[in-house]
Design a protein around this ligand. Structure first.
Ligand code: ATP
Ligand code: MG
Length: 877
C-alpha cells in the first residue's frame, strides 16, 4: 500500500467517525512559545486539550509534520527513527474515550490496513485494568498478546497537569529484523517489534501534592507513525525502503563514491536529514545560532558532514530538494511553491558551512595533535569554545570528530566559557539599551496603568508612582531625572518596533518633559524624563500630552511599514517575513528574510507599489478579534511576537494588508503623503534590511535633492534639464584633460632624463652620474633613476632632491660595477653624511636622507671622488 493511500485511509476512516480533518499545522509552533518545533500530532492542538481554546469540533484527525530532535542520535542506527516524520492522529476533546479509541484503532489496523492479526501485539500500562478489559474482553485480543509495561513506556506525563496511561500497538517485523537476543520481546530496543500506534488516555491530573486526580474532561490523543505503517504495509525493514524515502536514498547512494556505498549509517542520515531540512525551511525556519534555526543548522551541517564521509562534492542537500519536493509535493504543496526558495537557503548554508568546515577542521587537527603530544585525552573547554565562537564550528561536531578519535571534550569548561560570554553580551546589551537592572522598577510591580493613546493624545490622570534612581519619591523637584507612572496615559510604550512617545506631563505645580516611554518588566507604562518646571507630588492630578507632531510621524512610519511588508511579499514572494523593525517618527527600518540582494528594479517596483497604495487613500482600520479568527482571516503575524489568545488587534489598510499589530497608525493611507526607500543591505545570512522614510521627511529629502541639483546646475552654468548632458560633457573633457596631463608629464620626465644623460661622466672607465633633480619623494626619485638606467647599461647613479626642506637621496650601481667593487650603499652613506644625515641599503640600491640642503650640491659633487676611492681600494686589494 502506498504511503499516500495510508494517509488518506486514516483520515477518511476518522472522518467517517465524525472527526473534523484538519490540515497539518506548520512545524513552527504558532501558539506555544516554549516549544521549538512541533514533535507530535497533539502539540499544535494543546490549547484544545487544556481548555484554553474551544476546539472547532470535539473530534479532530490530522496528519501532522513532526520534527523530533531528541531522536537525532538514533537516526540511521535504527531503521524506524527519523527526526522528520508524519504522525497520523485522532483526538477527542472531552468527547469519546478509551473504548472507542481502542476499538477504532484496532478496526482500522485489521480491516482498513489489513495487517495480519497474528503479527500484532498490544501493550498497556500495568495498572490500567480498564484498558486490559477492553482489549481482552471487548476486542478479543488474547491475554498473552497484551503486554503490561511500566511507567516509563506507558504513562504519558509532563510535569504537573493532565496525564494518563497509554496503550500501544506493535507489529512484529519478523525474527530476521530482530537482535537475536533470547529475551527479545515487545518493547525491545531493536527493530523487530515496531511500535506503530500509541493511544494516550488523558484521564488524570498530577497535582502539586503528587496525587493523581481524575479529570472531568477526559481526552484522547493518538499518534501513528506514517512511515512505520508504510514499513509494515510495504514489507520492508526500514523507513529508507518505503516508497516516499527510497528514491531519496537511491539518489544519495548514486552520489556516494563507489567504494563507500556500503556505509549504511551515513547514507541513512543524509537521506533522513535532507527531508527534514526541506520541510523546515519550507515552513519558514532559517538557519541561525539559536532556537529552531540552530536545530536546522545542526541537521544540515550533520548531513553535509556525512555526505563528505561518503565522498560527495558540491551542494549535496540543495540538489536533493527538487526530488523531495516532487515526492512530497502532492501532500504538501508548499514544498513545490517554495522549492526555489528552499534551494537558495540550503545552498547559502551549505556554502557557508564548507568554508567553516575546512577552516575549523585544520584548527581542530592542530588541537588534536597538541593533546596527543601531551598524552592527554580531553579537549579543554576554552579551545572547544574558541572553535565554536570564533570559527563557528558547532560543539556537537567537535565532539563527534573527537569521539571518532577516542578523545573527549571538556563540556563543563565549554559551558563556563559560553556562560561568561553570554553574560558579557547581556551586560553590553544593557548598556547600549540604556537599560539597567529590572529591580529598578520593583516599586511598580503591582500597579496598573491603562493606555488610552489609541483614541487620544491628551489625558487626565493621577501620578501614582514617582521614581528617582529607582527610589520612590513623595515629591519631584526641578531638574531631577525622573520615572513616573500615571494611572491613565496616552503615551505609547515602546513595543513591536515602534518607539516610545515623548511629550509633557503637567500638574498645577510643575511640568515634566517626557523623553521616552517604555514598559516595566511587569508591563506598566513608564515615562522617563526631566522635571522642567516647579514641583510635582505623588498622588497629584496631572494632564499628560503626547507630542502630537512626532506621534503623527510615527503613525505614518508604522502604516508605511505594513504597506512595505505587503509590497515586499508581492514583489519577492510569500516567504518574506518580518524579522525585526524600527518605527520612528523620521525613519523606518525593516528587516526580513530573503536569500539575495533586492535589485534596484525590485526596489523601484516596491516603492512604487507603496506609493500607489498611499495615493489610493485606502482606510486604515483596527478591529479586535480572537487570535483564531484573525488567523482564519489570513492576518499576518510576526513569529517573534507573542499574542493574546482572545483579543488581538488586527490592523488593515483597505484589503491590501492585514496584520496583527499593537501599534499606532494613520486613519487612511493618504496621510502618509510620500514614501521613499533610502537603502537596502544584507545584515546576516538570509537576512536583509530596508531603510525608508515617509511623510514630511520624504518630502524634505526631495527638497534637499532639488537644492543639490540646483547648486550643481548653477556651478556648471546650465539648467536642470541640460544637467545630465552637461555633466557628461564635463566628464569627457575631464578625461581628455587628464590624458593630456599624463602625456605632458611623461614628456617632461623624458626630457629631464635626456639632460641627465648628458651629465654622465667617465670616471676611470666607469659611467658616473650624480645630479640634483626635482622630485617630491623617494618614489619619484627612484623612477627618474630607473629611467636613466633604462638608457645606459652600466652606470653608477646618485640623485638628490630637496623636498619639504629636507634632502632625499637615492643611489644605485649596475651589477657589473658592483663586481668591480662599487657599492651604492657605502657611496650613499658618505654623501648623506655630508648633508647631515644617513641611509642604507644594498650594494646595488640604496636610499638616504639629510637635513643640510645647502650642502647638497657639494655632496653630490663628491660622488666622483668617492667612486674613484672605491675603485682604488679594490685595485689595491
Ligand atoms: P519509540 O519508542 O519507537 O521511539 P515513541 O514512544 O517515542 O516511539 P510516541 O511518542 O508515542 O513514540 O509517538 C507516536 C508514534 O509516532 C509512534 O508510535 C511511532 O509510530 C511514531 N514515531 C515516534 N517517534 C518516531 C520517529 N523518531 N520516527 C518515526 N516515527 C516515530
Ligand atoms: Mg521515541
Amino acid at each position: 500500500m502506498q504511503s499516500s493511500t495510508i494517509r488518506e485511509l486514516f483520515l477518511d476512516y476518522f472522518s467517517s467517525k465524525d472527526h473534523l480533518v484538519m490540515p497539518s499545522f506548520s512545524l513552527i509552533p504558532q501558539s506555544d512559545p516554549t516549544l521549538l518545533l512541533i514533535g507530535a500530532g497533539m502539540a499544535p492542538l494543546k490549547p484544545f486539550f487544556t481548555g484554553e481554546k474551544k476546539p472547532p469540533h470535539p473530534r479532530v484527525a490530522t496528519c501532522q509534520k513532526c520534527v523530533r530532535t531528541p531522536d537525532v542520535e538514533r537516526v540511521g542506527h535504527t531503521g524506524r527513527h527519523a527526526t522528520f516524520f508524519e504522525m497520523l492522529g485522532n483526538f477527542s476533546f472531552g468527547d469519546y474515550f478509551k473504548e472507542e479509541a481502542i476499538a477504532w484503532a484496532w478496526d482500522l489496523v485489521l480491516n482498513g490496513y489489513r495487517l495480519p492479526e497474528d503479527r500484532l501485539w498490544v501493550s498497556i500500562y500495568y495498572e490500567d485494568e480498564e484498558a486490559f478489559k477492553i482489549w481482552n474482553e471487548k476486542i478479543g485480543v488474547p491475554a498473552d498478546r497484551i503486554k503490561r509495561m511500566g511507567k516509563e513506556d506507558n504513562f504519558w506525563e509532563i510535569g504537573l497537569g493532565p496525564c494518563g496511561p497509554c496503550s500501544e500497538i506493535y507489529y512484529d517485523m519478523g525474527e530476521e529484523a530482530g537482535c537475536d537476543r533470547p529475551d527479545c520481546d515487545v518493547g525491545c530496543d531493536c527493530d523487530r517489534y515496531l511500535e506503530i500506534w500509541n493511544l494516550v488516555f488523558t484521564q488524570f491530573s498530577r497535582e502539586a501534592s503528587g496525587e493523581l486526580v481524575e479529570l472531568k474532561q477526559k481526552n484522547i490523543d493518538t499518534g501513528a507513525g506514517l512511515e512505520r505503517l508504510a514499513m509494515a504495509l510495504q514489507g520492508v525493514y526500514s523507513i529508507y525502503d518505503i516508497d516516499m524515502v527510497k528514491p531519496v536514498y537511491d539518489h544519495f547512494y548514486n552520489l556516494a563514491e563507489t567504494d563507500r556505498r556500503d556505509q549504511e549509517v551515513p547514507l541513512r542520515v543524509i537521506t533522513e536529514h535532507s527531508r527534514g531540512i526541506t520541510f523546515m525551511i519550507g515552513d519558514g525556519v532559517i538557519p541561525s545560532n539559536e532556537g529552531r534555526g540552530y536545530v536546522l543548522r545542526r541537521l544540515l551541517r550533520r548531513a553535509v558532514r556525512f555526505g563528505k564521509l561518503l565522498g560527495m562534492e558540491g551542494n549535496i542537500i540543495t540538489d536533493a530538494v527538487p526530488l523531495i519536493a516532487d515526492i512530497m509535493g502532492p501532500a504538501y504543496p508548499e514544498l513545490k511553491e517554495r522549492e526555489e526558495y528552499i534551494r537558495q537557503i540550503t545552498r547559502l548554508e551549505e556554502q557557508r558551512f564548507q568554508e567553516t568546515l575546512s577552516q575549523g577542521m585544520d584548527i581542530l587537527e592542530e588541537y588534536i595533535e597538541n593533546i596527543r603530544a601531551k598524552g592527554e585525552t580531553v579537549l579543554p573547554g576554552d579551545l572547544a569554545f574558541k572553535l565554536y565562537d570564533t570559527y563557528g564550528f558547532p560543539l556537537d561536531l567537535t565532539a563527534e570528530i573527537l569521539e571518532e578519535k577516542d578523545l573527549g571534550i571538556d563540556r563543563e569548561g565549554f559551558d563556563e566559557n559560553l556562560k561568561a560570554q553570554q553574560e558579557r553580551a547581556r551586560a553590553a546589551a544593557r548598556v547600549s539599551a540604556g537599560e539597567e537592572d529590572a529591580s529598578k522598577y520593583k516599586p511598580a510591580e503591582n500597579m496598573t496603568t491603562i493606555f488610552t493613546g489609541y483614541e487620544t493624545l491628551e489625558q487626565e490622570g493621577k501620578l501614582i508612582l514617582a521614581l528617582v534612581d529607582g527610589k520612590e519619591q513623595e515629591e519631584l523637584k526641578k531638574d531631577q531625572k525622573v520615572e513616573v507612572l500615571i494611572d491613565y496615559t496616552p503615551f505609547y510604550a515602546e513595543a513591536g518596533g515602534q518607539i516610545g512617545d515623548t511629550g509633557y506631563i503637567e500638574s498645577t505645580s510643575g511640568l515634566i518633559k517626557v523623553e521616552n516611554t517604555f514598559f516595566s518588566p511587569w508591563g506598566q507604562i513608564i515615562h522617563q524624563g526631566v522635571v522642567e518646571e516647579g514641583r510635582l507630588s505623588s498622588g497629584e492630578k496631572v494632564i499628560a500630552r503626547v507630542d502630537s507632531g512626532r506621534r503623527q510621524g510615527i503613525c505614518r512610519s508604522h502604516t508605511s511599514t505594513h504597506l512595505l511588508h505587503r509590497a515586499l511579499r508581492n514583489a519577492l514572494g510569500q516567504h518574506i517575513n518580518q524579522a525585526g523593525s524600527l518605527v520612528a517618527p523620521d525613519r523606518i527600518r525593516f528587516d526580513f528574510n530573503h536569500f539575495s540582494a533586492v535589485t534596484p528594479e525590485e526596489i523601484q517596483a516596491i516603492e512604487e507599489e507603496v506609493n500607489k497604495m498611499i495615493l489610493a487613500n485606502v482606510p486604515v482600520q483596527v478591529e479586535m478579534k480572537s487570535l483564531e479568527e484573525a488567523e482564519q482571516l489570513g492576518a499576518t503575524a510576526i513569529f517573534t511576537e507573542k499574542y493574546e489568545e482572545d483579543a488581538v488587534r488586527m490592523v488593515s489598510a483597505g484589503d491590501y494588508t492585514l496584520e496583527l499589530c499593537g501599534g499606532t497608525h494613520v486613519s487612511s493611507s493618504g496621510e502618509i503623503g510620500l514614501f521613499k526607500i533610502v537603502s537596502e543591505e544584507g545584515i546576516g545570512s538570509g537576512l536583509r534590511r530596508i531603510e525608508a522614510i515617509a511623510g514630511m521627511n520624504a518630502y524634505k529629502q526631495t527638497v534637499e535633492r532639488d537644492r543639490l541639483i540646483e547648486k550643481i546646475s548653477s556651478s556648471l552654468n546650465t539648467s536642470e534639464s541640460r544637467l545630465e548632458q552637461k555633466f557628461e560633457e564635463h566628464m569627457s573633457d575631464h578625461k581628455a584633460l587628464q590624458k593630456a596631463y599624463h602625456e605632458m608629464k611623461q614628456r617632461l620626465a623624458a626630457s629631464e632624463v635626456k639632460t641627465l644623460l648628458s651629465e654622465v661622466k667617465d670616471v676611470e672607465g666607469v659611467n658616473v652620474l650624480s645630479a640634483k633633480v626635482t622630485a617630491e619623494n623617494q618614489e619619484t626619485l627612484r623612477m627618474v633613476m630607473d629611467e636613466v638606467k633604462n638608457h645606459i647599461s652600466s652606470v653608477v647613479v646618485v640623485l638628490g632632491s630637496v623636498s619639504d626642506g629636507k634632502v632625499i637621496l637615492v643611489g644605485s650601481a649596475t651589477s657589473d660595477l658592483v663586481n668591480k667593487g662599487i657599492r651604492a650603499d657605502q657611496l650613499l652613506k658618505e654623501v648623506a653624511r655630508r648633508v647631515g644625515g644617513g641611509g642604507g641599503g644594498k650594494p646595488e640600491l640604496a636610499q638616504a636622507g639629510g637635513k643640510d640642503t645647502a650642502a647638497l650640491p657639494a655632496a653630490l659633487a663628491s660622488v666622483e671622488e668617492l667612486v674613484r676611492g672605491q675603485l682604488k681600494t679594490v685595485g689595491q686589494a
